[in-house]
Unconditional design. Structure first.
Length: 475
């Protein structure tokens, strides 16, 4: 690794050495995962037309996120036992297999099985990209490399819906998923050539690793599946019992995690509103759960209600990601005294977007729908960097590493739970009986308005966080 006379990173020398090209290859795992995650929204209308099973639409994101959570936790531990190159190859093959199953699925349950496998492979690829930074590169360049990963994620979030819409329009939704299967297989084959450094090939030896939390993650998986199952066929007693069991499972998951010591996924006092960590993490959970409806049902409902093209809905979903990235960059250098109002303003924008969709999507105004998408995405982009910093800074010194990784982990759990809960609400509002226009209008109102109370909890947590004097002590 070379540096110039002024101490700056010599990127030309880094490229000449092959290290930068190697890192770009590793980052492709992030691109594959994030693009596939966001693409599903725009291929959903065509896919449902082929496979039916519309009552299971909410599962498509829930099982993908579930696989990502489990694999993300697993990959970081597996590199303690198996070489990084082997892990990367296996993760890419699993991802490719999942995408192939989805592309060839003849029924919705078969498709969902593929989505779970895709999530496992993609989640592992993302986790391994972060691990590779620590394993293959010197610490002085880590901030720049993590910045590249963030940029890759932003590009993927923007391009995913557009890729899905374009390929679905030109060919079919199956070709869109087949393309990712080929890409995953290609990445697996290339891993042996590209990841040929001693650090990537080295088999870990000696030392002890914290035990893997199998039981804890199994409880989380069961909880999400129970919540999702509650919405497949709405029957008052059955659905209520399944939902209650799923919510109990979530509580049990967090309690078990708190007892896992070094294997914990989350910091202590996770939802304690007497601490900035507790209020900040509550805000993360509440707003993540309450904003899933657009990504899952937005294109399906918009195309049904107004005969708008899939490509147009792809631009709307992409606009949310663009707004997230642009506003995140715009406020990045805000002085510390502005961080509190930025967090609060971001929370208000998110909730305004959720409420606005309930009105604008039935109305059919593309520009108003787009405005709500910009509000929701921009609110996250403004608030999240400072919210994450506030949580990490307020955590005890020995928990700051856990806290930094806990924010995206809790966000993904929120997405999985939100997707399952959205499925319950949509099917209870009549979606499981078919997608006629009148039904779609009724479903649209409820899948957004039903989450407003939880979104309000997110705003309340934001107010509590920015007013907490303990944050000032840790900022």
């Amino acid at each position: 690794m070379q540096q110039g006379e002024d101490g700056r990173i010599d990127w030309r020398a880094l490229w000449a050495s092959g290290d930068l090209a190697r890192f770009c290859f590793v980052s492709l795992g992030v691109l594959l995962h994030a693009t596939n995650e966001t693409m599903i929204a725009t291929i959903m209308p065509a896919m449902v037309g082929d496979l039916s099973g519309i009552e299971l639409v909410g599962w498509s994101l829930a099982v993908y996120e579930l696989g990502s959570i489990v694999a993300g936790a697993s990959a970081g531990r597996l590199v303690s036992y198996v070489a990084l190159r082997t892990n990367m190859t296996a993760a890419a093959l699993i991802y490719a297999a999942g995408a192939l199953i989805c592309a060839t699925a003849s029924t919705m349950p078969f498709f969902l099985a593929g989505r779970l496998i895709e999530g496992l492979g993609g989640g592992a690829l993302v986790s391994l990209a972060f691990v590779s930074v620590e394993r293959l590169f010197p610490p002085r360049i880590w901030p720049q490399l993590f910045g590249i990963i963030s940029a890759v994620w932003g590009v993927a979030a923007f391009s995913g819906p557009l890729i899905g819409a374009l390929i679905s329009d030109a060919l079919s939704w199956r070709w869109a998923l087949g393309l990712f299967s080929v890409a995953g297989a290609t990445m697996a084959a290339a891993s042996f050539t590209v990841l040929n450094t001693p650090g990537a090939r080295r088999r870990p030896g000696g030392g002890t690793a914290a035990p893997f939390p199998f039981a804890t993650l199994a409880v989380l998986a069961a909880a999400i599946i129970l919540i999702a199952t509650a919405g497949v066929r709405i029957m008052p007693l059955r659905s209520t019992l399944l939902l209650a069991a799923g919510l109990f499972g979530l509580i049990l998951f967090f309690r078990l995690d708190a007892r896992n010591g070094e294997a914990r996924l989350f910091p202590s006092r996770l939802f304690d509103w007497r601490t900035p960590v507790g209020t900040g993490m509550t805000m993360v959970a509440a707003l993540s759960v309450s904003t899933c409806a657009l990504a899952i049902y937005g294109p399906l409902l918009i195309t049904t209600l107004h005969d708008i093209s899939i490509l147009t809905t792809g631009y709307i979903i992409a606009a949310e990601s663009i707004s997230w990235s642009i506003l995140s960059i715009a406020v990045a250098n805000a002085p510390p005294r502005h961080e509190r109002p930025i967090i609060l303003a971001g929370a208000v924008m998110i909730v305004a977007g959720v409420a606005g969709f309930a009105y604008t999507i039935p109305l059919g105004s593309i520009w108003l729908i787009l405005l709500c998408a910009l509000l929701q995405g921009g609110g996250f982009g403004m608030a999240w960097p400072f919210l994450t910093r506030a949580i990490v800074a307020a955590a005890p010194p020995d928990e700051r590493t856990i806290a930094s990784s806990a924010v995206p982990t809790l966000q993904r759990i929120g997405y999985a739970v939100g997707a399952a809960a959205t499925g319950i609400i949509a099917n209870a509002a009549g979606l499981s009986e078919g997608l006629a226009r009148q039904t779609a209008a009724h479903v649209t109102v409820w899948v957004f308005l039903a989450f407003l109370p939880l979104a309000a909890v997110g705003i309340a947590a934001a107010v509590r966080l920015v007013a907490d004097p303990a944050w000032a002590d840790n900022a």
